[in-house]
Design a protein around this ligand. Structure first.
Ligand code: NAP
Length: 291
């Protein structure tokens, strides 16, 4: 039977560290770290995420600002809100809760480049994505960095290991692969057009699922003793959530496994807090210069 990679415990340690660093920053006369979150529309899951971010900010000693726009506000209104927050020197981090409602265009360069890179705590801006791909990230992408922290906390090394990432999204799969590569893993990225998926996943020493399909990873896809990380959050009927991994079937084969909930989710928010503090301190000067 596997060991659990407990995101609640590990994130609590990281949050305690961020809160401590924030106290020191404030005691030294630093500005109160401020995160502005924009929510477009009324998606209930997004509302919960925004509420959690607000609560966690307050626990860190941060200032938390929330802006809500109607689902049909349109791209221009969103960009105008971001522009105003960019111009506000007291705001250090800005994020727009994803996913945006229908009608918003993620591929629009104006949307991708809207948040100043120095305030881009969600790592969306092409400049921050570029720094990451060069192996010199300014901000660490939240969910993938949370996975790396979980592995580090358990003392699971990546160097020389075969990491297989299921999913190639800009928010999880791709940055996850880049962080694993930076940690000297041999990395394979799979996606919906990958052939013979099971043959590849069975080679993984560390298998990371970010597919968005309930219980997609079955026991026959996992090597005995593999580390299995489940990034997926799939809403079932009612309020229940499940991951991308068939936990009950896979856990007996895995050496380590993340539960859902309580695995990667709490880590993402902890990394966001870390980025916000960084934006208010080390990177604050960059944002002030309009970067
Ligand atoms: P996404 O943008 O929908 O990407 C899903 C990826 O999975 C795509 O690259 C897709 O391939 C691939 N895929 C889909 N079906 C597949 C199949 N049959 N075989 C192999 N690959 C397949 O989703 P995402 O934003 O990356 O999120 C993934 C999951 O993580 C979701 O459940 C999401 O809710 C969760 N998530 C959790 C957190 C957290 O904090 N825990 C944060 C973000 C996301 P193509 O590119 O070919 O379409």
């Amino acid at each position: 039977m596997s060991n659990l990679l407990n995101g609640k415990d590990v994130s609590a340690k990281i949050l305690a560290r961020v809160a401590e660093q924030t106290r020191a920053h404030l005691a030294a006369g630093g500005a109160v770290p401020t995160l502005a979150v924009i929510l477009v529309g009324e998606d209930p899951a997004s509302q919960i995420y925004v509420r959690n971010k607000h609560r966690t900010c307050e626990a860190m000693g941060f200032r938390s600002l929330e802006y809500t726009l109607p689902a049909d506000a349109g791209q221009a209104a969103l960009l105008a809100r971001i522009e105003a927050l960019n111009a506000d020197a007291s705001v250090h981090g800005i994020l727009c809760q994803m996913p945006l409602p229908k009608g918003f265009d993620y591929d629009d360069a104006a949307v991708q480049q809207a948040v100043l890179p120095g305030k881009d705590v969600d790592v969306f801006h092409p400049m921050n994505a570029g720094y990451l791909s060069l192996g010199t990230p300014r901000f660490l992408p939240g969910t993938p960095a949370g996975v790396m922290e979980l592995l580090a906390d358990a003392g699971i090394p990546l160097a020389g290991k075969h990491v297989v990432v299921l999913g190639r999204s800009n928010i999880v799969g791709k940055p996850m692969a880049l962080l694993a590569l930076m940690a000297d893993a041999t990395v394979t990225i799979c996606h919906s057009k990958t052939q013979n998926l099971g043959e590849i996943t069975r080679q993984a020493d560390i298998l990371i699922a970010a597919v968005g399909r309930p219980r997609f990873v079955t026991a026959d896809m996992v090597k005995e003793g593999a580390v299995v990380i489940d990034v997926g959050v799939n809403r079932l009927e009612g309020k229940k959530v499940c991951g991308d991994v068939d936990f009950d079937a896979v856990a007996p084969k895995a050496s380590w496994i993340t539960p859902v909930p309580g695995g990667c989710g709490p880590m993402t928010i902890a990394m966001l807090m870390q980025n916000t503090l960084k934006a208010a301190t080390a990177l604050g000067a960059l944002a002030a210069e309009g970067q």
